[in-house]
Design a protein around this ligand. Sequence first.
Ligand code: FES
Ligand SMILES: [Fe+2]
Length: 471
Amino acid sequence: MRYPVHMEQSLPDPNVAFGDHRCPGPSYRDLVLRDETGVPAQMLESEYRYRGSEPIGYHRYTSKEFAELEFEKVFMRAWQWACREEHIPNEGDYHVYDVGQRSIILVRDPQGKIRAFNNFCLHRGTQLKPSGDQGNANRFTCPYHGWAWSTTGKIASLPCRWDFPHLSDDDLEMPEIQVDTWGGFVFVNFDPTAGPLRDYLGVLPEHFQGAWDLSKRYVELHIKKRLPCNWKAGMAAFLEAYHVYKTHPQGLRATGDANAQYDVFGEHISRFMHTSGTQSPHIANQQTEQEILDFLLGRKFSPGMETPKIPEGKTARDVYAQLSKVQLGEKYGADYSDFKVADTVDSIEYFVFPNGFFFPGARIPLTYRFLPNPDNPDECTFDLLFLRPHPADGNIPAPAKVCHLDFKDSYASAPGMDPGLGGVFDQDTDNLAAQTRGFKGSMRTAETLGNYQEIRTRHLHETIDKYMARP
Ligand code: FES
Ligand SMILES: [Fe+2]
């Protein structure tokens, strides 16, 4: 396969309409169609349309007023994932989810149903369970005067009940929030009139089947890190592969960055997919398949390992995927046989509005969540999880405890984090404080976006606008 000259020299063709320009190298689809295993059908779908080239105002990232309105109009109305079902497997298990100033208790009731309750006392407002808490309880008791609620939200204890003749038991029922599940994730929606989660998720349930079924995975690692940026700026750093060339140059010999595919599926879902095991179109020198494989294995496998020779008719990706499936299968005791080449090795990232990211791939099985800081639009919290397939022997490990990292802490310092990958995440988030500085200090007041590679960021803002415009 021939690659073009160095991409920095590639200019847009003036005869092509806005939105139709693409990297002059092979497309993601071209690349995966060469895989020996074939490609999962959903990966051959594509859904892009030009959505304009208007700049995006920086006030959307920096303004406190904007952040407050956004919280009310978006976070109080959109479905968002709060925890995993395995965080609360048994009756009475609970998990506290905080978003903005809100806090809710997710609990498994005696019927096995997951319910979500306001985590604040109906007497004088005291928070019932601390933020970040989880455990098991048959009632939630306020630490101040001892009012308590059952796991079904009924008032269970009220000391000196005689002094509250003006309140009925109905008045004392704990407000409940809509809950539903998908892929082992527990989603909540603060809006009692919100439509069903399944409709909200669009193509997601259909795409995440078989090997991609996230309900058959467990949380291997969970990092929660503070980031010095608005939650949308943090997300935007992960919505495109355009930055890979400059921010993560170490992997370019085996990363199809500029030929990534970007899709927008309806109002809430977008996706990118980029290859591992093909060279970046930014690299002018054509490598052999064997050189690409050697590079990949040198980086990802043990240093002493002998590099296999690529058999006739196969590619670096084919061999890399095969080896990966064996390696992952041994490490996690799980069956990876349903994965094809592309979903074994590639970076496949689905975004679910407003703040969830889900990666079905075997080598890159991530989940992200970005939460706004209610007091400061220049800060957010980033949850980073690794989900691994359930082991075949049925001994499913308990979900990992959360590892908290502050602004300056390296991801690599989290126990269990691969140091190389930790370094990649550090590279991603190193840019964010500088960008936030620019949002405030630049003589320009808006950012400009690539029409194709940054379409998901544009789509994010578009959907926010739709939510903000609703009465
Ligand atoms: S504030 Fe909770 S019991 Fe008084
Ligand atoms: Fe990155």
